[in-house]
Design a protein around this ligand. Structure first.
Ligand code: FE
Length: 207
């Protein structure tokens, strides 16, 4: 999956290097009185418990079972988010203008931010490392079919691929197709099938 994506050749010590840099930066900010020792942990725990792909998964599962909600979601993503039982302010913070696009047997959608790393935080959390990679950002626009096949998504030639470029104005994400054989599943069971990758368009949903 994405971490093994063959287009990106990271050095094996990149995580160690990045965390050392982050630690040094955090120490400096604490020393200068800009943040306290708790600030970073508080923000990280927020992304672990309140704002993450588990929100997007609940929204997609609801859209799969409730056609009216799905229509609202496609028309006005933020209004649909507000109907969910999410913590206060969930449609703000890097998510003021979210839009979702629906995968169908004819059209497959994939998201990118060609400029930097714009991403719908309220529904998908923080973007993965590879989403910010210049190679992914450049290649997915020029040769999406090839890049998707490297992620393991093999599409028939007849399937049209649409690449959506997120920005500070609109942050895109994907409503994946509900897989066959899930007819008897509850909303919670359906939500468990969803991955961030499926809601970015670089994977399909598997049972
Ligand atoms: Fe960006």
């Amino acid at each position: 999956m994405p971490s093994n994506y063959p287009g990106f050749k990271y050095s094996t010590d990149r995580e160690t290097f990045s965390s050392a840099k982050a630690k040094a930066l955090e120490s400096l900010l604490i020393e200068k009185g800009i943040i306290t020792g708790d600030t970073v942990n508080k923000i990280l725990s927020y992304f672990e418990t309140e704002m993450g792909p588990f929100n997007g998964a609940k929204i997609v599962a609801k859209a799969w079972v409730d056609p009216d909600f799905k229509n609202l979601l496609l028309e006005d993503c933020n209004a649909a988010c507000e109907q969910m039982d999410f913590p206060e302010g969930m449609s703000g913070a890097e998510g003021e203008h979210m839009r979702i696009v629906e995968n169908t047997p004819e059209v497959h959608n994939v998201i990118v931010c060609t400029l930097c790393s714009c991403y719908p935080w309220p529904t998908l959390g923080l973007p993965p490392y590879w989403f910010k990679d210049p190679t992914f950002r450049a290649r997915v626009v020029r040769e999406p079919r090839q890049v998707l096949s490297e992620f393991g998504v093999q599409l028939e030639e007849s399937v049209q691929i649409k690449v959506w470029d997120s920005s500070a104005q609109i942050r895109w994400w994907v409503l994946p197709m509900r897989p066959a054989g899930t007819e008897g599943m509850s909303e919670a069971q359906l939500a468990n099938l969803l991955t961030p990758e499926a809601m970015m368009g670089v994977a399909t949903v598997k049972v």
